[in-house]
Design a protein around this ligand. Structure first.
Ligand SMILES: C[S@@+](CC[C@H](N)C(=O)[O-])C[C@H]1O[C@@H](n2cnc3c(N)ncnc32)[C@H](O)[C@@H]1O
Length: 215
Protein backbone atom coordinates (compact mmCIF):
# COMPACT_ATOMS: atom_id res chain seq x y z
CA UNK A 1 0.00 0.00 0.00
CA UNK A 2 2.84 2.43 0.78
CA UNK A 3 4.17 2.15 -2.77
CA UNK A 4 0.90 3.68 -3.84
CA UNK A 5 1.29 6.38 -1.14
CA UNK A 6 -2.00 5.19 0.23
CA UNK A 7 -0.88 5.63 3.85
CA UNK A 8 -4.09 4.07 5.06
CA UNK A 9 -6.28 6.79 3.61
CA UNK A 10 -7.49 5.04 0.49
CA UNK A 11 -9.88 2.24 -0.24
CA UNK A 12 -9.27 -1.45 0.18
CA UNK A 13 -6.47 -3.13 -1.78
CA UNK A 14 -8.88 -5.16 -3.87
CA UNK A 15 -10.32 -1.96 -5.30
CA UNK A 16 -7.12 -1.34 -7.26
CA UNK A 17 -5.16 -3.43 -9.73
CA UNK A 18 -1.53 -3.02 -10.72
CA UNK A 19 -1.22 -2.21 -14.42
CA UNK A 20 2.55 -1.70 -14.61
CA UNK A 21 5.33 0.72 -13.69
CA UNK A 22 5.99 4.24 -14.87
CA UNK A 23 9.28 5.67 -16.15
CA UNK A 24 10.51 6.21 -12.56
CA UNK A 25 9.74 2.66 -11.51
CA UNK A 26 6.64 3.75 -9.59
CA UNK A 27 3.80 1.24 -9.61
CA UNK A 28 0.75 2.37 -11.57
CA UNK A 29 -2.64 1.25 -10.28
CA UNK A 30 -6.09 1.70 -11.66
CA UNK A 31 -9.42 1.27 -9.96
CA UNK A 32 -10.67 -2.27 -10.30
CA UNK A 33 -13.77 -2.68 -12.43
CA UNK A 34 -16.05 -3.38 -9.50
CA UNK A 35 -15.40 0.01 -7.90
CA UNK A 36 -18.28 2.21 -8.94
CA UNK A 37 -17.63 5.69 -7.51
CA UNK A 38 -17.39 8.25 -10.34
CA UNK A 39 -13.80 9.28 -11.05
CA UNK A 40 -12.68 12.27 -13.12
CA UNK A 41 -9.13 13.00 -14.27
CA UNK A 42 -8.14 16.44 -15.54
CA UNK A 43 -5.09 17.81 -17.33
CA UNK A 44 -4.76 20.74 -19.75
CA UNK A 45 -2.72 18.73 -22.29
CA UNK A 46 -4.23 16.29 -24.77
CA UNK A 47 -1.11 14.08 -24.79
CA UNK A 48 -1.22 13.54 -21.01
CA UNK A 49 -4.92 12.73 -21.18
CA UNK A 50 -4.26 10.17 -23.92
CA UNK A 51 -1.70 8.36 -21.71
CA UNK A 52 -4.05 8.60 -18.73
CA UNK A 53 -6.83 6.97 -20.73
CA UNK A 54 -4.50 4.10 -21.68
CA UNK A 55 -3.28 3.57 -18.12
CA UNK A 56 -6.34 4.51 -16.13
CA UNK A 57 -9.15 3.08 -18.17
CA UNK A 58 -12.43 3.73 -16.44
CA UNK A 59 -12.33 7.36 -15.15
CA UNK A 60 -13.84 10.19 -17.18
CA UNK A 61 -11.29 12.71 -18.41
CA UNK A 62 -11.61 16.44 -18.99
CA UNK A 63 -9.15 18.79 -20.62
CA UNK A 64 -8.91 21.55 -18.03
CA UNK A 65 -6.57 23.24 -15.59
CA UNK A 66 -6.69 22.76 -11.83
CA UNK A 67 -7.61 26.43 -11.42
CA UNK A 68 -10.87 26.09 -13.38
CA UNK A 69 -12.33 22.60 -13.22
CA UNK A 70 -15.55 21.91 -15.12
CA UNK A 71 -16.98 20.19 -12.05
CA UNK A 72 -19.83 20.95 -9.67
CA UNK A 73 -19.04 22.48 -6.30
CA UNK A 74 -19.22 20.45 -3.07
CA UNK A 75 -19.42 17.23 -5.07
CA UNK A 76 -16.23 15.13 -4.67
CA UNK A 77 -15.12 12.95 -1.77
CA UNK A 78 -11.46 13.33 -2.71
CA UNK A 79 -9.13 15.28 -4.96
CA UNK A 80 -5.62 14.00 -5.69
CA UNK A 81 -2.91 16.17 -7.22
CA UNK A 82 0.49 14.62 -7.90
CA UNK A 83 3.48 16.83 -8.79
CA UNK A 84 1.33 19.49 -10.44
CA UNK A 85 1.23 22.48 -8.07
CA UNK A 86 4.94 23.20 -8.61
CA UNK A 87 4.08 23.94 -12.23
CA UNK A 88 1.32 26.43 -11.42
CA UNK A 89 2.04 30.13 -11.10
CA UNK A 90 0.15 31.30 -9.22
CA UNK A 91 -0.90 28.13 -7.37
CA UNK A 92 -3.45 29.82 -5.10
CA UNK A 93 -6.39 29.67 -7.56
CA UNK A 94 -5.97 25.88 -7.79
CA UNK A 95 -6.22 25.54 -4.00
CA UNK A 96 -9.42 27.62 -4.00
CA UNK A 97 -10.83 25.57 -6.88
CA UNK A 98 -9.98 22.30 -5.14
CA UNK A 99 -11.75 23.48 -1.99
CA UNK A 100 -14.76 24.47 -4.12
CA UNK A 101 -15.27 21.04 -5.74
CA UNK A 102 -14.69 19.05 -2.54
CA UNK A 103 -17.71 18.03 -0.49
CA UNK A 104 -17.54 19.03 3.19
CA UNK A 105 -15.39 16.42 4.93
CA UNK A 106 -13.76 15.48 1.61
CA UNK A 107 -10.02 14.97 1.36
CA UNK A 108 -7.42 16.73 -0.74
CA UNK A 109 -4.26 14.65 -1.23
CA UNK A 110 -1.38 16.84 -2.38
CA UNK A 111 1.94 15.42 -3.56
CA UNK A 112 4.77 17.93 -3.89
CA UNK A 113 8.44 17.73 -4.59
CA UNK A 114 9.61 18.20 -1.01
CA UNK A 115 9.76 22.02 -0.78
CA UNK A 116 12.39 22.06 1.96
CA UNK A 117 14.75 19.28 0.94
CA UNK A 118 14.43 19.76 -2.82
CA UNK A 119 14.92 23.56 -2.83
CA UNK A 120 16.93 24.76 -5.86
CA UNK A 121 20.62 23.90 -5.55
CA UNK A 122 19.95 21.02 -3.17
CA UNK A 123 21.73 17.75 -3.66
CA UNK A 124 24.18 15.18 -2.41
CA UNK A 125 27.65 16.61 -1.84
CA UNK A 126 30.80 14.49 -1.74
CA UNK A 127 33.57 16.61 -0.24
CA UNK A 128 36.89 14.86 -0.90
CA UNK A 129 38.92 17.49 0.96
CA UNK A 130 37.03 17.31 4.25
CA UNK A 131 36.14 13.69 3.57
CA UNK A 132 32.46 14.06 4.25
CA UNK A 133 29.22 13.53 2.43
CA UNK A 134 25.97 15.30 3.11
CA UNK A 135 22.74 16.62 1.61
CA UNK A 136 23.01 20.32 0.90
CA UNK A 137 19.83 22.42 1.08
CA UNK A 138 19.86 25.31 -1.40
CA UNK A 139 18.22 28.73 -0.89
CA UNK A 140 14.90 27.87 0.72
CA UNK A 141 12.95 31.03 1.49
CA UNK A 142 12.97 32.90 -1.86
CA UNK A 143 10.57 31.88 -4.60
CA UNK A 144 12.38 30.50 -7.62
CA UNK A 145 11.42 29.43 -11.11
CA UNK A 146 13.44 27.08 -13.30
CA UNK A 147 12.70 25.32 -16.56
CA UNK A 148 12.49 21.57 -16.02
CA UNK A 149 13.04 19.24 -18.97
CA UNK A 150 10.42 16.53 -18.38
CA UNK A 151 11.14 14.85 -21.74
CA UNK A 152 13.56 15.64 -24.58
CA UNK A 153 12.44 19.01 -25.96
CA UNK A 154 9.59 19.37 -23.44
CA UNK A 155 10.27 22.04 -20.82
CA UNK A 156 7.92 22.87 -17.96
CA UNK A 157 8.37 25.82 -15.60
CA UNK A 158 9.06 24.56 -12.09
CA UNK A 159 8.29 26.88 -9.18
CA UNK A 160 9.98 26.53 -5.82
CA UNK A 161 8.08 27.95 -2.84
CA UNK A 162 8.72 27.55 0.86
CA UNK A 163 6.47 25.05 2.61
CA UNK A 164 4.55 27.70 4.60
CA UNK A 165 3.18 29.11 1.33
CA UNK A 166 1.30 25.86 0.68
CA UNK A 167 0.30 25.19 4.28
CA UNK A 168 -1.08 28.70 4.81
CA UNK A 169 -3.04 28.65 1.56
CA UNK A 170 -4.59 25.30 2.46
CA UNK A 171 -5.53 26.68 5.89
CA UNK A 172 -7.06 29.79 4.30
CA UNK A 173 -9.51 27.47 2.52
CA UNK A 174 -10.34 25.40 5.60
CA UNK A 175 -8.29 22.47 4.36
CA UNK A 176 -6.99 20.93 7.57
CA UNK A 177 -3.79 18.90 7.33
CA UNK A 178 -4.54 15.60 9.03
CA UNK A 179 -1.67 13.48 7.77
CA UNK A 180 1.84 14.10 6.39
CA UNK A 181 4.09 11.59 4.71
CA UNK A 182 7.68 11.81 3.44
CA UNK A 183 8.15 8.52 1.59
CA UNK A 184 11.67 7.29 0.86
CA UNK A 185 12.81 7.53 -2.76
CA UNK A 186 11.32 4.82 -4.97
CA UNK A 187 13.48 1.73 -5.41
CA UNK A 188 13.41 2.19 -9.19
CA UNK A 189 14.85 5.71 -8.89
CA UNK A 190 17.64 4.55 -6.57
CA UNK A 191 18.48 1.70 -8.91
CA UNK A 192 18.61 3.93 -11.98
CA UNK A 193 20.91 6.61 -10.49
CA UNK A 194 23.71 4.91 -8.51
CA UNK A 195 24.84 8.06 -6.66
CA UNK A 196 21.32 8.46 -5.24
CA UNK A 197 21.84 5.37 -3.09
CA UNK A 198 23.86 7.36 -0.57
CA UNK A 199 21.03 9.88 -0.32
CA UNK A 200 18.33 7.26 0.15
CA UNK A 201 17.46 8.76 3.54
CA UNK A 202 16.41 12.07 1.93
CA UNK A 203 12.80 12.17 0.74
CA UNK A 204 12.03 13.55 -2.71
CA UNK A 205 8.33 13.84 -2.06
CA UNK A 206 6.07 15.39 0.52
CA UNK A 207 2.50 14.16 0.86
CA UNK A 208 -0.13 16.28 2.61
CA UNK A 209 -3.55 14.78 3.29
CA UNK A 210 -6.06 17.49 4.12
CA UNK A 211 -9.75 17.49 4.96
CA UNK A 212 -12.25 20.18 4.01
CA UNK A 213 -13.70 21.38 7.27
CA UNK A 214 -16.49 23.66 6.02
CA UNK A 215 -18.64 24.13 2.94
C1 LIG B 1 5.34 16.57 -13.68
S1 LIG B 1 3.80 16.16 -14.45
C2 LIG B 1 3.07 15.10 -13.26
C3 LIG B 1 2.25 14.04 -13.95
C4 LIG B 1 1.72 12.94 -13.04
N1 LIG B 1 0.76 13.46 -12.08
C5 LIG B 1 2.83 12.20 -12.36
O1 LIG B 1 2.95 12.25 -11.14
O2 LIG B 1 3.61 11.52 -13.05
C6 LIG B 1 2.88 17.68 -14.29
C7 LIG B 1 1.49 17.58 -14.90
O3 LIG B 1 0.80 18.79 -14.59
C8 LIG B 1 0.01 19.11 -15.69
N2 LIG B 1 -0.39 20.52 -15.61
C9 LIG B 1 0.25 21.61 -16.07
N3 LIG B 1 -0.47 22.72 -15.82
C10 LIG B 1 -1.60 22.31 -15.18
C11 LIG B 1 -2.75 22.99 -14.69
N4 LIG B 1 -2.86 24.32 -14.79
N5 LIG B 1 -3.72 22.25 -14.11
C12 LIG B 1 -3.61 20.91 -13.99
N6 LIG B 1 -2.53 20.21 -14.44
C13 LIG B 1 -1.54 20.91 -15.04
C14 LIG B 1 0.91 18.79 -16.88
O4 LIG B 1 0.19 18.70 -18.10
C15 LIG B 1 1.48 17.46 -16.42
O5 LIG B 1 0.63 16.39 -16.79
Amino acid sequence: MNDRYDAGYGDQDDQYELVGYDEYGRPVYRPAAQQQAPLVGIDPTAAQLAVARLRGGRPLYARAGAEAMPLRGDSFDAVVSCLVFEHLDPFEPAVAETARVLAPGGRFVLFLNHPLLQAPGSGWVIDHILDEQYWRVGPYLPDDVAMEEVAPGVDLPFMHRALHRYVNELAAHDLLIEHVDEPPPAAGLLASVPEYKDAATIPRLLLLVTRKMRS
